[in-house]
Design a protein around this ligand. Structure first.
Ligand code: B16
Ligand code: MG
Length: 218
């Protein structure tokens, strides 16, 4: 079936916010008395805020009350916001601006399918909100990736069948979600990690408009 829509993940596909999530989680870990490495940060990719805190607390072997968890998540988010509100278009990942413009010109529907509750703010800060016909973020879904809810909802809002949609994702859980939604999936990252994706590119700089054009016309 012809592809008429592309659903983009945000962090790791459109912009590299992982480095800011890392700094904010690291500060919290240090406050709680343990260290948090870059390698450990990989575990938080594509994972919701609540789940991220659980993983972090497991690493530090720290247990907190519900109230403390809420308080620390709030603190982490405030710190994260102090970074992302300073971002600009130059922090978009390579080629992504060109790809958004290309798809718009081609009349391809564009949606965002992100776990982040800050997604709208990030798109606004980057001044790219106008490229998205629909935005589905962490405020709208109850089941996190690998559940396909986010992508199914995006297709539904765009009035598209799953078979018409292409998903672009950087997290293994997101690839699983796209497959469960019955959508063609392009992975951005390591082949060994994203082995369930239909196509994998090491970085967005390798994802070209020519490739997308061919995929759309298939
Ligand atoms: P927030 P994505 C995800 O975004 C990030 O990859 C993940 O690291 C983060 O914990 C999650 O958003 C929630 O973010 O705290 O802003 O709600 O990759 O699904 O676009
Ligand atoms: Mg991501």
């Amino acid at each position: 079936m012809n592809k008429t829509a592309v659903i983009f993940d945000l962090d790791g596909v459109i912009v590299d916010t992982a480095k800011y999530h890392y700094l904010a989680w690291k500060k919290l870990a240090n406050k709680l008395g343990f260290d948090f490495t870059h390698e450990q940060n990989e575990l938080l990719k594509g994972v919701s805020r609540v789940k991220s805190l659980e993983i972090l607390l497991n690493i530090g072997d720290v247990s907190l009350s519900q109230q403390e968890k809420q308080q620390y998540m709030h603190e982490k988010n405030e710190h994260y916001l102090s970074f992302i509100t300073q971002m600009n278009e130059s922090e978009m990942l390579p080629n992504m601006m060109t790809i958004l413009k290309f798809l718009k010109e081609k009349g391809i529907a564009i949606a965002l399918g992100s776990a982040s509750k800050n997604a709208k703010l990030i798109l606004d800060t980057l001044q790219i909100t106008q490229y998205f016909d629909e935005i589905i973020d962490g405020n709208e879904v109850s089941k996190a990736k690998p559940d396909p809810e986010v992508f199914i909802l995006a297709a539904h809002r765009l009035n598209k069948k799953p078979e018409e949609c292409i998903v672009v994702e950087d997290a293994a859980a997101g690839i699983d979600a796209a497959n469960a939604a019955n959508m063609l999936c392009i992975g951005i990252g390591e082949k060994e990690i994203l082995k369930e994706a239909t196509y994998v590119f090491k970085s967005t700089s390798e994802l070209t408009t020519e490739f997308l054009d061919k995929l759309i016309k298939k």
